[in-house]
Ligand binder design. Structure first.
Ligand SMILES: NC(=O)C1=CN([C@@H]2O[C@H](COP(=O)(O)OP(=O)(O)OC[C@H]3O[C@@H](n4cnc5c(N)ncnc54)[C@H](O)[C@@H]3O)[C@@H](O)[C@H]2O)[C@@H](O)CC1
Ligand SMILES: [K+]
Length: 503
């Protein structure tokens, strides 16, 4: 069972393997025809699903990305769609395939306009962005820049071919703006720029189209990461035996909360229960009993002062641990953690202030360990102000410390020793709200307690958490989402996955 889905590569690497395959006998026109057919199909499906008028406007640059647009446009014309094209460059400046398929488009009755100014572009129907593809470098200027601003302003849905024009496929850099795509129809493999920097704000939904590149070239392509293979997730759901009892279901110990921050502890404990843990015991600092008076019935509470004896006793029955949410940065919290950390025997998730107190110690932990920093916390772990090469630095950190690293954000990345990084491109902007991280920590701990290996527990936990956020935003809006909504949505996500596992 593999977690790895699509290999994610740089635009540069894509161009390299395409070129290599063509040198070894593949046909670039064959590629373009197959790509164009797949793109036309996606456009038709988009129009059908959204019940839109069968009308398409092609935005065409001078490269093969524009050629793809002409091929798709010709096929759509032949299917009865109204299609018109805006070609921003003179025909003779365009790539040979772009020129050839522009001719095929006009032969099929398509109208091509050559606007002098962006304002001349009439944005009708669905806009198909073939301005710039993997050949884009530098920054947008002149009519290209004006066109991107103009089409974004139009509020018409834009489907980007291969990559939204203006996004750098190697770095995700957007300088100064890019096409704001409702959907990016990527050819062959997703480009790493989709997931880095500003790129992720522009790609919309991702849809793959196969253009016929042989698998051996995909295998030899140098990958930066893999997208998570969501199809395999249902098989990760823990098996439920009829005769199990709550300790077998998974006993989680939590060291969480501090005076003034009981909520983080509650969110993380409830999330662990909702994600399938049979029992959770919260160890909280002595003196905050009153703050926890209204804690849910299901959460067992044990106060601690400085003696870890009670915690160590429970450890013999526990299946996983979580440390950090709402712990605070007071020195005595760190001292308490350090009093038992060497005696942990079970897989453990460390988050938030737990990361702060235990910084620099992870490499020595003998237990399987999942760290869940967001970007700022990760930089603090690395002792840096900003990343020089996020992938490289995080992968190295995971490797050297022999831990599973969940770099939370949009999207979330998972790093693990000797494994390719995973990208989980799920979730909703509404999840940028207090407490959602605490929920994730509890969920991953519960999955560890149900015997999933750390990388699997992290991947399934991140996916389900993100999917819960999507469900809440679909039902309500992204504006009103709060962390406890995720707990409410988790049953629906479990149901989705378990229904899929029966198929
Ligand atoms: N090469 C192949 O085998 C295939 C390529 N395909 C398509 O071809 C695309 C790549 O084609 P190309 O390499 O022709 O590149 P593009 O179509 O991305 O076009 C780049 C053109 O824009 C110019 N350009 C780059 N940066 C610019 C900037 N900042 N301002 C203004 N102009 C700029 C380049 O000089 C080049 O002429 C892919 O994204 C994909 O859509 C597909 O047809 C599938 C097969
Ligand atoms: K494009």
């Amino acid at each position: 069972m593999s977690l790895e889905g699509y290999k994610v590569i740089t635009a540069r690497e894509m161009a390299r393997i395409e070129k290599l395959s063509i040198q070894e006998g593949a046909s670039d026109e064959g590629y373009m025809l197959k790509a164009g057919a797949g793109i036309a199909e996606r456009v038709a499906l988009f129009i059908k699903e959204k019940r839109l008028q069968k009308r398409v406007t092609l935005l065409v640059g001078k490269g093969n990305n524009g050629g793809d647009a002409f091929v798709a446009g010709t096929l759509l014309l032949k299917k009865g769609y109204i299609v018109q094209a805006y070609h921003l460059f003179p025909t003779e400046e365009s790539s040979p395939l772009c020129q050839k398929h522009k001719q095929a488009f006009t032969d099929a009755g398509g109208l091509v306009f050559f606007p002098k100014k962006a304002a001349e572009i009439s944005c009708k129907g669905v806009l198909l962005d073939g301005l710039l593809g993997t050949g884009f470098q530098g920054q947008l200027e002149g009519i290209l820049l004006d066109t991107v601003e103009h089409v974004n302003r139009s509020k018409q849905p834009i489907l980007a071919i291969d990559i939204p024009s203006g996004v750098n496929g190697n770095t995700g850099e957007v300088n100064p703006i890019a096409v704001n795509a409702a959907e990016t129809i990527f050819l062959g493999l997703p480009k790493i720029g989709f997931f880095l920097g500003e790129g992720y704000n522009y790609i919309g939904k991702l849809s793959p189209v196969d253009f016929g590149l042989e698998l051996r070239y995909v295998h030899q392509a140098c990958g930066m990461a893999h997208m998570l293979n969501e199809k395999n997730l249902p098989s990760l759901l823990p098996e439920l035996t009829r005769t199990r009892h709550k300790y077998q279901a998974g006993y989680v110990l939590a060291v969480s909360g501090s005076p003034g921050m009981p909520g983080a502890a509650m969110l993380t404990c409830l999330a662990a229960l909702r994600a399938g843990a049979g029992i959770i015991r919260l160890f909280h600092p002595m003196g905050m009993e009153n703050e926890l008076l209204h804690a849910p019935y299901e959460v067992i509470r044990t106060p601690y002062k400085d003696d870890p004896a009670a915690l160590l006793l429970e450890m013999s029955r526990a299946a996983a641990m979580l440390i950090g949410p709402g712990l605070g940065r007071a020195q005595e919290r760190g001292t308490f953690l350090k009093s038992f950390i060497d005696h942990i025997t079970v897989p453990t998730v460390i988050d938030a202030d737990g990361l702060f107190h235990l910084k620099g110690m992870f490499a020595k932990f003998p237990f399987p360990c999942v760290l869940t920093p967001h970007h700022r916390e990760m930089l603090q772990l690395l002792g840096k102000e900003k990343f020089d090469d996020m992938f490289d630095e995080c992968q190295k950190f995971a490797h050297e410390n022999a831990i599973t690293l969940v770099l939370k954000g949009a999207p979330t990345f998972i790093f693990h020793k000797d494994k390719p990084p995973l990208i989980i491109a799920r979730g909703d902007p509404g999840m940028a709200t207090a407490g959602t991280g605490d929920v994730l920590t509890g969920m991953i701990a519960a999955l560890l307690a149900q015997k999933l290996p750390p990388r699997e527990a992290a991947a399934l936990g991140v996916y389900m958490h993100a999917r819960a956020g999507e469900c809440v935003a679909e039902m309500n809006t992204s504006y009103d989402l709060i962390a406890s909504d995720l707990l409410e949505a988790l049953p629906r996500v479990f149901k989705e996955l378990s229904d899929l596992s029966l198929m």
